[in-house]
Design a protein around this ligand. Structure first.
Ligand code: SF4
Length: 314
């Protein structure tokens, strides 16, 4: 699929940080191509891709599982529809590919990354229907919120207002469809208090309204061939140091409700595209430092969370 923020419906440049691979460089390619240029070309010319060159869902899943063969992962998997906007297609096509993944015995459930303005009633009805048809599998929706602050949303060209996100949350909640929200830490112009306000907002909007809810905390990466990289070159903003990031993420975790599942704590940008911050290449070091700081502070997720959802930002 592509994205309304890229195909001209809302814009052509995409979100300012989004790579040409649609923020899905680690996804298995749907075709037998490897370079981003080729993949982008195929995305732009999707209608003209010969069916014979597209990998089947089974083949994509097998390739994905092969990536994990050296890790202790068990034998059950989440099929993650990651790159671009994965509800942005005719609903008959969506039904076909979601079912192909749900039918795989090794797949415990599917996780669908999308935008809140791409969840029409037809898509929501399909998701509800699939929940009923596959009661032993889960279906999650991942929404790229990134921030609650409209000034930042404008700067990053997110292309929708907070009210759109709230509407999507309400529709998903009404249908008991679990949601995972993506938040970026370190966006240009945002203070720690701004980021904590986003966490506070999610505590209030998610807890108690969904059968399961989660969050992915993503460090801002500057990737090649993005407008964010040009702004970085012009020194319009600076990226976080490791120490700043660890301090910020620990504080966010302290304020985060213990009922919100953390699915990601940092994110690792594709090494060949990453411009900054380069320390984030060493993910093991980032996670070890995080654990170490949490131990030193004797802290944990939700330590300063209040049931009311109100927090004191000092
Ligand atoms: S909505 Fe997602 S895929 Fe579309 S431009 Fe933004 S980050 Fe990229």
């Amino acid at each position: 699929m592509t994205c309304p923020n890229r195909d001209g419906t809302l814009g052509t440049g995409g979100c300012i940080f989004c790579s040409r691979g649609g923020s899905g460089e680690f996804a298995i390619k749907r075709t037998a191509v490897s370079s981003i240029d080729q993949t982008q070309h195929l995305v732009e010319n999707y209608a003209r891709i010969p069916a014979s060159s597209v990998l089947s869902m089974k083949e994509q899943l097998q390739k994905g599982q092969e990536l994990f063969h050296t890790k202790k992962t068990g034998d059950r998997f989440i099929a993650y529809f990651q790159a671009y906007t994965n509800t942005y297609a005719p609903v008959a096509y969506l039904e076909e590919i979601y079912i192909q993944a749900l039918e795989e015995p090794s797949v415990s459930g599917i996780s669908i990354a999308t935008r809140p303005d791409c969840l029409g009633v037809d898509v929501l009805t399909l998701l509800s229907d699939l929940q009923t048809r596959y009661p032993d599998k889960f279906i999650w929706i991942e929404l790229g919120l990134q921030t609650i602050h409209e000034r930042t949303a404008l700067y990053i060209r997110r292309g929708y207002e907070l009210s759109c996100f709230e509407h999507a949350l309400a529709e998903l909640s009404n249908r008991s469809i679990p949601v995972i929200v993506h938040v970026i830490l370190g966006l240009p112009g945002e203070t720690v208090a701004d980021m904590l306000a986003t966490i506070q907002y999610l505590n209030q909007k998610l807890v108690g309204r969904f059968p399961m809810c989660g969050i992915k905390l993503q460090l801002l990466h500057v990737l090649q061939n993005t407008d964010l990289a040009d702004a970085y070159d012009r020194q319009e903003f600076s990226v976080m140091t490791l120490e700043q990031y660890i301090d910020t993420v620990v504080t966010c975790l302290e304020y985060l409700s213990p009922d919100i599942v953390i699915h990601r704590l940092t994110g690792d940008g594709p090494k060949d595209l990453l411009i900054a911050p380069l320390w984030s290449r060493n993910k093991r070091n980032v996670l070890n430092t995080l654990h170490s700081v949490m131990r030193q502070r004797q802290t944990f997720q939700g330590r300063t969370y209040h049931e009311s959802g109100s927090i004191n930002i000092v």
